[in-house]
Design a protein around this ligand. Structure first.
Ligand code: HEC
Length: 80
């Protein structure tokens, strides 16, 4: 994975993203995919988290993580 600078790492939702999403693997770069793709991945991560003995993430935190990813995701491709 390419090194990257975590955007907005000092904001409330940035901190939640770093804390919750670097537990089982390296923190992914938010710019790695589009928001639509993130929604699918985060849904899958919710299942991964529920099935593991790790600190559980509340629905509110997932909402904040999604808002954070929305701000920093790769721009959606323009449809032709
Ligand atoms: C309980 C451990 C765990 C936590 C916490 C976790 N992940 Fe994952 N993640 C996994 C596992 C296991 C995989 C590989 C299997 C898979 O893709 O579901 C993975 C894979 C990924 C991938 C690569 C999948 C792809 O399709 O490219 C991304 C991106 C990702 N996680 C993002 C996140 C984000 C964002 C969070 C925070 C909401 C998060 N992960 C939190 C376990 C976790």
């Amino acid at each position: 994975m390419q090194p990257f600078e975590v955007p907005d790492a000092e904001t409330a939702d940035g901190k939640i993203y770093v804390r919750r999403c670097s537990l089982c693997h390296a923190l992914p770069d938010p710019a790695r995919m589009t928001y639509t793709q993130w929604v699918g991945v985060v849904g899958r991560m919710a299942q991964n988290i529920r099935s593991q003995n790790v600190p559980q993430v509340s629905d509110e935190e997932f909402q904040q993580i999604l808002l954070y990813l929305k701000r920093h995701a790769k721009p959606a491709e323009i449809a032709h």
